[in-house]
Design a binder for this molecule. Structure first.
Ligand code: KIV
Length: 265
C-alpha cells in the first residue's frame, strides 16, 4: 500500500485490480484521500464549477489549474496526481499543447496530464507522450464540448457507438496510459474495456470499466441542486456543515461560545 503509484504502475493494474480515482483541489482534502488509499487523484477542471463557481469548465485557466494542483501535490505521498488541461490550452497547435503541458508538469508537481478528445486529439496525445509526459485520455461526455453538445448528455448511443470505439482506439494508439469514459452506456463501456490494452476509468459508464472516478464534492454530498444518476453520495456533508454553522451562530449569539473552558486566564 505504500509504494508510489506511477503512470506505468497504474497502467499495469489493468485486468488485475480495480483502479480508484477521486478528484481533489486542495492540500487537506488531497491528504485525506491519499491517506485513505486512493490510487490516483485528479485535479479536474471541474475545479471551475465545484471550487471557483464558474458555470462550466470553459473559463478555467492553466494558472488556476497549476495553483490548485501545487496544493494537492503537497498533500500527497502515494497516489498518482493527474492534472487536467483546461479548454484552449492544447487546441491551437502541438507546440501550444507541449508548452502548456510541460509547464503544468514542471510547476504543479503532477505526474501526468489529462485531456479531452479521441481521434481529433490523437496527434496531440502522441506529441506529449513523445516528450515524456504521461497522458490520460478522456472520451464520451467531454465537458469542454458543452457549447457544441448543448448539454451534459449520455454519449455513444446507437450509431455514435462506432465513433466512441474509434476514439478509444486512437487514445490507446497515441500512447495514453489510461482513458476516462464519461457518461457512456454500460454495454459500450464494457466492449471498449475488453478491446483496448489501457485501463478505462469510468464515470457514469457502469461497473465493467477497469476503474472508477468521481468528483469528491459529489461523493461527500456537499453540492446543491441537480445530481446526475451515476453519482452516489456517501454522506450528506452539506447538511452536516449547515447544522454545525447554525449551531455556532446560535451559541455566539446566546453567549454560550466561548465558555470559560475555552478562555485564557
Ligand atoms: O474535471 C473532472 O473532474 C473530470 C472528471 C469528471 C473525470 O474530468
Amino acid at each position: 500500500m505504500n509504494d508510489k503509484i506511477t503512470a506505468p504502475v497504474f497502467k499495469d493494474r489493468k485486468g488485475k485490480e480495480k483502479l480508484t480515482m477521486l478528484t481533489a483541489y486542495d492540500y487537506v482534502c488531497a491528504g485525506i484521500v491519499d491517506d485513505a488509499g486512493i490510487d490516483s487523484i485528479l485535479v479536474g477542471d471541474s475545479l471551475g464549477q465545484v471550487v471557483l463557481g464558474y458555470p462550466s469548465t470553459i473559463p478555467v485557466t492553466v494558472d488556476e489549474m497549476i495553483h490548485h494542483t501545487k496544493a494537492v501535490s503537497r498533500g500527497v505521498k502515494r497516489a498518482l496526481v493527474v492534472i487536467d488541461m483546461p479548454f484552449m490550452s492544447y487546441h491551437e497547435s502541438i507546440e501550444q499543447a507541449r508548452r502548456n503541458a510541460g509547464r503544468m508538469i514542471k510547476e504543479s508537481g503532477a505526474s501526468a496530464v489529462k485531456l479531452e478528445g479521441g481521434v481529433i486529439m490523437k496527434e496531440v496525445i502522441k506529441a506529449l507522450v513523445d516528450i515524456e509526459i504521461p497522458v490520460m485520455g478522456h472520451i464520451g461526455l467531454t465537458p469542454q464540448s458543452i457549447n457544441r453538445m448543448g448539454g451534459y448528455k449520455v454519449q455513444g448511443k446507437g450509431e455514435e457507438a462506432k465513433r466512441l470505439i474509434d476514439d478509444a482506439k486512437a487514445v490507446e494508439e497515441a500512447g495514453a496510459f489510461a482513458v476516462v469514459l464519461e457518461c457512456v452506456p454500460r454495454e459500450l463501456a464494457k466492449e471498449i474495456t475488453g478491446m483496448i490494452s489501457i485501463p478505462t476509468i469510468g464515470i457514469g459508464a457502469g461497473p465493467d470499466c477497469d476503474g472508477q472516478v468521481l468528483v469528491i464534492h459529489d461523493l461527500l454530498g456537499i453540492l446543491e441542486g441537480f445530481r446526475p444518476k451515476f453519482v452516489k453520495t456517501y454522506m450528506n456533508l452539506r447538511q452536516e456543515m449547515d447544522s454545525a454553522v447554525k449551531s455556532y451562530i446560535k451559541e455566539v449569539q446566546e453567549g454560550a461560545f466561548p465558555d470559560d473552558s475555552r478562555s485564557f486566564h
